[in-house]
Design a binder for this molecule. Sequence first.
Ligand SMILES: Nc1ncnc2c1ncn2[C@@H]1O[C@H](COP(=O)(O)OP(=O)(O)OP(=O)(O)O)[C@@H](O)[C@H]1O
Ligand SMILES: [Mg+2]
Length: 229
Amino acid sequence: MIECKNISKIYLGDSPALENISFKIEDKEFVSIIGASGAGKSTLIKILHAEEKPTSGEALFDGEDIVEYKKKQIFQHRRDVGVVFQDFKLLPKKSVFENVAFAMEVAGKTDEEIAEDVPKVLEIIGLEGSEEKYPHELSGGEQQRVAIARALVNRPKVLIADEPTGNLDPESGWGVLESLIKINEYGTTVILATHDREAIDKLDRRVIVLKDGKIVSDKKKGKYELEEK
Ligand SMILES: Nc1ncnc2c1ncn2[C@@H]1O[C@H](COP(=O)(O)OP(=O)(O)OP(=O)(O)O)[C@@H](O)[C@H]1O
Ligand SMILES: [Mg+2]
């Protein structure tokens, strides 16, 4: 479970990017975070991924404060929490299989584990049969799904996606969203930050709305509404 308690973040000399944010995310939830540009979505994600420290407040992951993590725990945390960004970068000279396998190699997995798990994950995201292709031979949506596979292959408890459909046409974006839904159905918590109105309305799940660093709405079946109603 993730629990944020009174999180504020002030970047040096600036007005708060996040102000007194509190919420809980249960295991296996699918939660979207929406809000205008600059509302604080990426800042919140960076705190949850232990890339930024809040100025004040607690960010609890399974009861432990991410803010207090030592180096080794941060390392483990980044395995528990996978992230996918809008400007994902695949390794251009590696095939689809090798790109995903590389994430496992870095995590110290054996060749046997890699040979077993990479095809499974590629099937989940609908890219079975594309193992030998190179990134430049894939569409943007397919590349983004490889990035998701890469985040998924080490079996994180939580997958966070920051604008994963941002650069994609609606159809490719929908493919990415379907992959996230499937991953969630397999039991991974998914947190999605997005400007994608269609995605939110199709999802029909929990939506947290940020405005100027504050939560202005948190609904179980939210629509794409940036203002409080
Ligand atoms: N590294 C940084 N240093 C200083 N200010 C920052 C930094 N990162 C973000 N900010 C500021 O914090 C605020 C929130 O930014 P953030 O990137 O979290 O917004 P966002 O909701 O993700 O926006 P977008 O939809 O454009 O991605 C903005 O005012 C931004 O300028
Ligand atoms: Mg952002």
